[in-house]
Design a protein around this ligand. Structure first.
Ligand code: APR
Length: 238
């Protein structure tokens, strides 16, 4: 539909801010009084697994209480009207999925999943919360479960697939991301090099010259305005 046939959207913490979830860099990189490096690196987990588990438990609880907002819902809806629509998210909450988005490329992992460092299985966290004593239900190892989160120093997921999609997209839209963490921050450059139109929808503007268009405002307002009013996708109630 419309003027673009191959759309890639990249979302960051700003899209979930309107659902009440904290962004990463809003308060000087502090999160619940922890530096990101204290809780979001493999070294941090080896040093103090209890602290890291507690930190992600709080994140999981916050995400479970949050609801998808109009921006999440809009993207799920637009995907159903588009033949080639890719949603890449740096967020580890499940608000895109709960809004109805399928096949979200969650490049930094998922809060509601665990990974076993012994048998490498990835599975959903059930009712039993993770802690440093958790036993892997698949290989029975003790204390081997970690949050399925891509920490600093680890390789984001789905990069090959994402490169293919970036090379064929004719529209790239970054939503609610500060563009400070690579490789995601470099996706716009790849899209731009391949002649895509590049758009940033964010609370505040950026001097990043790689974006052809910058629209500022809250995600729950600018995202529906861009896709429905500007690009002509049909809002669900019409
Ligand atoms: N609507 C739109 N944008 C918003 C809103 C809002 N309501 N609130 C905040 N923003 C913008 C901020 O202005 C900022 O530019 O969202 C951006 C959030 O930036 P970050 O906190 O840096 O989050 P993000 O870009 O997702 O971080 C990338 O860093 O620590 C890692 O792995 C973590 O995935 C994360 C990555």
């Amino acid at each position: 539909m419309g003027q673009y046939q191959h759309i890639v959207v990249l979302t960051g913490a700003g899209i979930s801010a309107d659902s009440g979830l904290a962004t990463f860099r809003a308060a000087d990189g502090l999160w619940e009084d922890h530096r990101i490096e204290e809780v979001a690196t493999p070294e941090a987990f080896m040093k103090n697994p209890a602290l890291v588990h507690r930190f992600y438990k709080l994140r999981r609880q916050a995400a479970a209480q949050a609801q998808p907002n109009r921006a999440h819902i809009c993207l799920a809806d637009v995907a159903t009207q588009s033949d080639d629509f890719t949603l890449i998210s740096q967020n580890v909450d499940d608000l895109h999925q709960r809004a109805g988005s399928e096949d979200v490329l969650s490049i930094h992992g998922q809060l509601n999943q665990y990974q076993c460092v012994q048998c490498h299985v990835v599975d959903q966290i059930g009712h039993d919360e993770l802690n440093e004593h958790s036993v892997c239900p698949h290989c029975q190892s003790h204390g081997s479960l970690r949050p399925d989160i891509v920490w600093f120093g680890e390789m984001p997921l789905y990069l090959d697939d994402i490169m293919t999609r970036l090379m064929r997209c004719d529209l790239f839209v970054a939503i609610g991301t500060s563009g400070t963490v690579y490789p995601a921050a470099g996706f716009v450059e790849i899209a731009k090099r391949n002649k895509a139109h590049t758009v940033m929808l964010n609370l505040d503007g950026t001097d990043n010259a790689l974006f052809d268009e910058v629209r500022t405002g809250r995600a729950s307002q600018v995202v529906p305005a861009y896709f429905y009013d500007k690009l002509g996708f049909k809002p669900p109630d019409l």
